[in-house]
Design a protein around this ligand. Structure first.
Ligand code: TEU
Length: 584
């Protein structure tokens, strides 16, 4: 299945192996399924930490397949799988060494096919992760580049440059890696002499590809086709703002206090444009996505692209989802909005208006594998820039009960909004961030590249609990777990919550069922005035939604309560609580 260049083979590919969902009674369902992504709830599976069938302590594809029924039962529409490709796992699989094969730690391509088939049988669509900004330095493309002279075709796949200084001893520019430290690493020539430098916006084992080279563009079209032919329903595009770098690679110093994206932390003014770093949000990326869109449009089954683009303001992000580009983009300004009614109203309004102006649905997301879990984040009392993580010595230590209460309220609000919502594995259990991982267990390159100054993202990646009294809480039959699970997670296990009224799992199930019953994902937001500035009050398709982000109880409106994120008594909506009511 390889061509001479080590890319995915398009000639021998298995054509029309599967068409994406729907398989049965395809014709009848085509209309209902058209543009399914506009209102879908998409569940992120982080394969390392979801379920381990092999028993080595790292999750795998067979583990996921065995547990898929739980996700169908939860009521989500699709799953997005973080990378499971061949990789030395220096950045948990976001360092891809072969885009068209499965890493043995996760299984093989046959395991992927089985997973996909089972997911489709259960009515779940399957989105895979595409990592086009960089490859692993273990990738054959990079190894060939290293073994070829400066100026060769092989080196032109990546961003190799001569160093500055008399002997080329200084990096070509001052860019810093998003994980900390310089964004350039110097190579050594075959004769042992110091050679050129290569760019890596992330870890030194993640070399940036040169997207001005048509060869790179062709390879990624091959990769898209490889997975589309296997029947995937879409791609989550990693660092979708980073592929094109500004001509000349000028020096750049990020503003003080910016997040680890180096593009400036999203500030409270979500309409303010931060200065563009020369490596993010360059105009040239859009041509690439237009080409990809044309490829997807050749396929049946409404395949989709979702951009992971840390771009602000929202107006700029909307460029990624113009009608001939991607279908949707993660709404990180929403994720970064504090638990504060005014800010929430503003980001919801702007998102619906701005994405709507280009004909795209808004998305909503509160957690993923790169951010502090929202059951912890929403009650932090100190600033915590994205990617820095939280550990025992971080300022503003978590307040667990308050965090969970707010997380439940925030999720209940999110799932009432029109558009598409993304869930991150374990949030349906109310999992908090793990803040006390032993230092010698940490694996995030951020931790190593900052000399322990930033904890990084391991705390949101701890393997999830299935059964409270099984080895590794049901994650792995042998009790192995690549990151240690806290003892108190027994209480968060799925079996401890399933069928238990008031549990977080049952709240998610009920919200997803009602969201689907009322087709809230296809609705509209109409604000309800008069409930005070601390309450987010809206109506969507006959459902009244009230979220109290203040610190005092508020009198409830009359009507039947359909869903409550916490106890609601005596007609009062307590602080940090959301209810859905049947509008009279
Ligand atoms: O993340 C890209 C990104 O810009 C950030 O979310 C980044 O992870 C964070 O700021 C680092 O602290 C994507 C993936 O989601 C992430 O897991 C990968 O590490 C990264 O790309 C590199 O592939």
């Amino acid at each position: 299945m390889r061509d001479a260049l080590g890319a995915c083979n398009t000639v021998e590919r298995v054509t029309a192996r599967h068409s994406a969902l729907p398989a049965a009674s395809a014709e009848a369902r085509v209309d209902a399924d058209a543009e399914w992504w506009r209102s879908a709830v998409i569940y992120q599976v982080y394969p390392r930490s979801f379920a381990d069938a092999s028993g080595d302590g790292i999750g795998d594809l067979r583990g996921i397949t065995r547990r898929l029924e739980h996700l169908a039962d939860l009521g989500v529409d699709a799953i997005w799988l973080s990378p499971f490709y061949r990789s030395p796992q220096r950045d948990a699989g976001y360092d891809v060494a072969d885009y068209c094969d499965v890493d043995p730690v996760f299984g093989d391509l046959a395991d992927f096919d089985t997973l996909e088939t089972r997911a489709h049988e259960l009515g779940l669509r399957v989105i895979v992760d595409l990592v086009p900004n960089h490859s692993s330095t273990d990738h054959r493309w990079f190894q060939e580049a290293l073994g070829s002279p400066a100026g060769s075709e092989e080196r032109a796949r990546y961003i190799f440059r001569d160093g500055r200084g008399d002997e080329g001893e200084l990096p070509p520019n001052n860019w810093q890696s998003i994980f900390g430290g310089p964004a350039w690493t110097r190579t050594t020539d075959a004769d042992g002499a110091p050679g050129q430098w290569y760019l890596h916006l992330f870890d030194a084992t993640q070399a940036d590809l040169d997207w001005s080279n048509p060869w790179v563009r062709e390879r990624f079209v091959d990769i898209l086709r490889f997975w589309l032919d296997r029947g995937v329903d879409g791609f989550r595009v990693d660092v979708a703002h980073g592929l094109v770098k500004q001509e000349g690679l000028p020096d750049y110093t990020p503003p003080e206090g910016s997040g680890s994206m180096g593009g400036g932390a999203f500030d409270d003014d979500i309409t303010a444009a931060a200065p563009l770093p020369p490596y993010f949000a360059q105009d040239g990326v859009h041509d690439i996505y237009r080409e990809w869109r044309r490829v997807l449009d050749e396929y049946d089954g409404h395949r989709m692209l979702v951009a992971e683009a840390w771009v602000e303001p929202l107006g700029r992000l909307a460029e990624w989802v113009r009608p001939d580009e991607m279908h949707q983009a993660f709404n990180f300004p929403y994720l970064e909005t504090k638990w504060h009614a005014e800010g929430i109203r503003e980001v919801v309004d702007s998102s619906l208006a701005i994405f709507g102006s280009v004909g795209a649905p808004s998305t909503w997301v509160l957690s993923n594998h790169d951010v502090v879990r929202h059951a912890t984040r929403l009650a932090l009392t100190a600033e915590n820039p994205q990617g820095h993580g939280i550990g025992p010595s971080s300022p503003g230590q978590p307040v667990p009960e308050l965090g969970l209460q707010r997380a439940r309220a925030a999720t209940a609000l999110m799932l009432a909004l029109p558009g598409s919502a993304y869930l991150y594995q374990g949030e349906e259990l109310g999992l908090p961030e793990v803040v006390d991982l032993p230092d010698d267990e940490r694996e995030d390159p951020t931790w190593f590249r900052t000399g322990g100054e930033r904890y990084g993202r391991d705390g949101c990646r701890v393997p999830i609990p299935w059964e409270g009294f099984a080895p590794a809480l049901g994650f792995s039959p042998t009790g192995e777990s690549w990151l240690p699970q806290p003892a108190e997670w027994t209480a968060f296990a799925r079996d401890a919550q399933s069928g238990v009224p008031g549990s977080t799992l049952e709240l998610y199930r009920a919200a997803l069922a009602l969201r689907s019953e009322h087709a809230l994902g296809l609705g509209t937001v109409e604000w309800i005035p008069g409930l005070g500035t601390d309450v987010v009050a809206l109506q969507n398709r006959g459902v009244t939604v009230l979220a109290n982000a203040g610190d005092a109880g508020v009198e409830l409106l009359d009507g039947e309560v359909l869903l409550a994120s916490g106890p609601v008594d005596d007609g009062v909506l307590p602080p940090d609580t959301t209810v859905w009511m049947r509008a009279d």
